[in-house]
Write a protein that binds this ligand. Sequence first.
Ligand code: SF4
Length: 464
Amino acid sequence: MSQLPVLISEAELNRQREIAALIAALPERPGSYHIVTYGCQMNAHDSEKLAGILESMGMREASDRLNADLVLFNTCCIRDNAERRALGNVVWLNELKKRKPGLMIGVCGCMVQQPLMAQRLIKRYPFVDLAFGTHNLHQLPAILYELLTQKKRVVSVSEQENLIAEGLPVRRQNDYKAFITIMYGCNNYCSYCIVPYVRGRERSRRMAEILTETEALIKSGTQEIMLLGQNVNSYGNGSDETFPQLLRALDAMGVPRIRFMTSHPKDLSDELIGVMAEGKHICNHLHLPVQSGSEVILQTMNRRYTRAEYLGRVKALRQAVPNIGLTTDFIVGFPGETEAQFEDTVSLVDAVGYDGAFTFIFSPRAGTKAASLEGQVSPEVAGERLRHLITAVEAGSSQAHRQMLGQMENVLVESVSKRDQNMVSGKGTRGITITLPGTPEDIGKIVPVKITSSAVNTLRAERT
Ligand code: SF4
């Protein structure tokens, strides 16, 4: 069941703004902050909001954690190694704190939202000053105020998961490319995934709020928006607003490029494919996680589509948008996965021909169904399958890239090449990194190019 979102009241947001102003006037407040972000783009955008809130308290961003008065770790818990990496870094900062006693350390995000995790963190790591969950982000001023004025460590993890905060300050990483979260949470309960437990049930922002945010971004010169959600295709769940309607409205506003992620294959409707085909500004790229090519494994994963249905969606997409680039996610070594079932995954890679894929070894997460399934695959076998799969994905992407030779593309330039200062690189509309001759002045601009050569993960091009 989806749930109706509750907008955090203007009175509560004003209360937080007033506390932020009080902190700005405190002589003992941290002067600078540094945020370390783990995980997905939703987390990256949450960090932009955390940065916006901290700057509303008069703090400035420090270039690295060594030079910051407050270090915040915005964590991910989707895989065990993401958690271990975050904790390893937190422990490392304790050494710095011994030399710099005023240093404040905070941990927030998905890892902290897991049951009892915040309490365990605070108990086990006495040098951590703050721990707060994903549903408490807007309360950062009040949390920090308590730490500063009462000189005590603060834990704040709300279980009210249906909240949406509008109008939080945001400090975006750059001004030509912007994340817009359109929905939060997930209702799908894939058997391996912890997201529904830490991000809550699906709830969508109102379309009017998203259009207003986009309008402001267009006015400030943004070239590309990326719509974010755990399953954007089911945007509007429980209301009369749908994702195809939202995309159509955004396309009509004229923002040069629109991207979105993540799309659940079971919710990729014909209507949405039609909007992608008609849209003038919607990029010809779709990230469509499949996870496995095996019918049995897909069922055990509770993905709610069959291999044939997935391939049917790919066919429909390619008929409607012939030059579309597809990327995906795979999990290998899922409990019970046999060699033959793994081969089904490899054959699906060959059948689709992806531009790229994120490939992972199954990581059991406490509290999910898959963690207690029998038939756990040994790390050696899983590692071997991962290598085999990466080879198959690379063969497909090399072929897809070769087919682009001689084609015209438009690149949104993002950086100067580290190897050659006369080259710049950015993403084409299909989402592939393209390198071209250029200067730092090109950064943030869309440059038309012709593809001249290809490699596994990148393309080279000349300006037209
Ligand atoms: S769709 Fe599945 S994998 Fe994606 S966030 Fe939801 S539960 Fe996790």
